[in-house]
Design a binder for this molecule. Structure first.
Ligand code: ADP
Length: 139
């Protein structure tokens, strides 16, 4: 059966631009239930660990710098087929390639500053949710 939960972050660019409310509204009206939610700021060590899979990529330093420059809003979302449906809702990594109406098409500035994160597998959703939330913070 398809997984029921995914993990998301509203990234610093979208928080700075005042788009938290609009993005959460689009997420919930698209059928996702929020089961965990908070605003935090990642440390350099946090971002390096969270994005460790990308540590050989040329944009890694820029990504860590960006993700730590201001607060993020992280959430765990519940819905049937959550991971795949949420990736469809946010759109392609590069907003130029993202479909009309997707969150990245509407709010992302660039391939790096792309407004939101969405887990890419059920396994990563679980790892990422546990990275950001304790058991007592997930409902
Ligand atoms: P996604 O977030 O869509 O799963 P990736 O896992 O490929 O995309 O990349 C993780 C994050 O790294 C992206 O969301 C984006 O913030 C950043 N990133 C990806 N590619 C680039 C790039 N070419 N230049 C700068 N930042 C990038």
């Amino acid at each position: 059966m398809a997984g029921k939960r995914t993990f998301t972050m509203i990234k610093p660019d979208a928080v700075e631009a005042g788009n938290v409310g609009a993005i959460l509204e689009q997420i919930t009206t698209s059928g996702f239930r929020i089961v965990a939610l908070k605003m935090t700021q990642m440390t350099t060590a946090d971002a390096e660990e969270f994005y460790a899979v990308h540590n050989e990529r040329p944009f890694f330093g820029e990504l860590v710098e960006f993700m730590t420059r201001g607060p993020i809003v992280s959430a765990v979302l519940e819905k049937e087929n959550a991971v795949e449906d949420f990736r469809a809702l946010i759109g392609a990594t590069n907003p130029e390639d993202a479909a009309e109406g997707t969150i990245r098409k509407k709010y992302a500035k660039s391939v790096g500053e792309n407004a939101v994160h969405g887990s890419d597998s059920d396994e990563n959703a679980q790892i990422e949710a546990a990275f950001h939330f304790s058991g007592r913070e997930m409902f």
